[in-house]
Design a protein. Sequence first.
Length: 252
Amino acid sequence: MRKNIVAGNWKMNKTLQEGIALAKELNEVLANEKPNCDVVICTPFIHLASVTPLVDPAKIGVGAENCADKESGAFTGEVSAAMVASTGAKYVILGHSERRAYYHETIETLAVKVRLALDNGLTPIFCVGEVLEDREAGKQNEVVHEQLAGSLFDLTAEDFSKIVIAYEPVWAIGTGKTATAAQAQEMHAFIRRAIADKYGKEVADNTSILYGGSCKASNAKELFANPDVDGGLIGGASLKAADFKGIIDAFN
Ligand code: PEP
């Protein structure tokens, strides 16, 4: 059975001390209860080694927000998948629209990153999503299919089964403009059908597909109630423990 997941993406926020304080607070908030979903926090690289030992691994998984497309060597400033895994982190966000747009990550580069993440035992949270122009032109399915097929569909079914997908319409990220529950369900069902066409119904039914884009406590319940929405990838609302907990509670 697929899992429900609420994953935070801290982006380039929080100093090390602030990140440690937030991770501790979230750990305390979840200490006396069993969330009805998997909880993940994806942090800047420099936080990983400090944050992983601070949280209860049975309740909170830790992940990076990116990794290099090279194994190791003379790539100044890069951080490899093996380095991420060596901190105890279990997840890595790949293909976030900010990485695609500002750092020119291509479908091909992302296929390499996914391979390296899997080879190092990390679970990729692989982001797909269309820009507003694509949606207005009715091209959202085409764009999302190309992102999925181009970076993931050369994987074996066994490897694909280790991936979490996040549908994040770019026009909804950090804008306060959320996709309607119906828009989210429509795209999530499309993604699941595309996975079923490639890998079969069983793999598709077992794939967690998260929604991301201005998700908050006030709209999470409605979004997560959709049959094909298995949780959320949360940016802004993951930066305060109480806000993030409000989204986790949408599964109660
Ligand atoms: C994100 O960046 O993954 C995201 C969903 O951001 P926000 O929740 O702030 O829209």
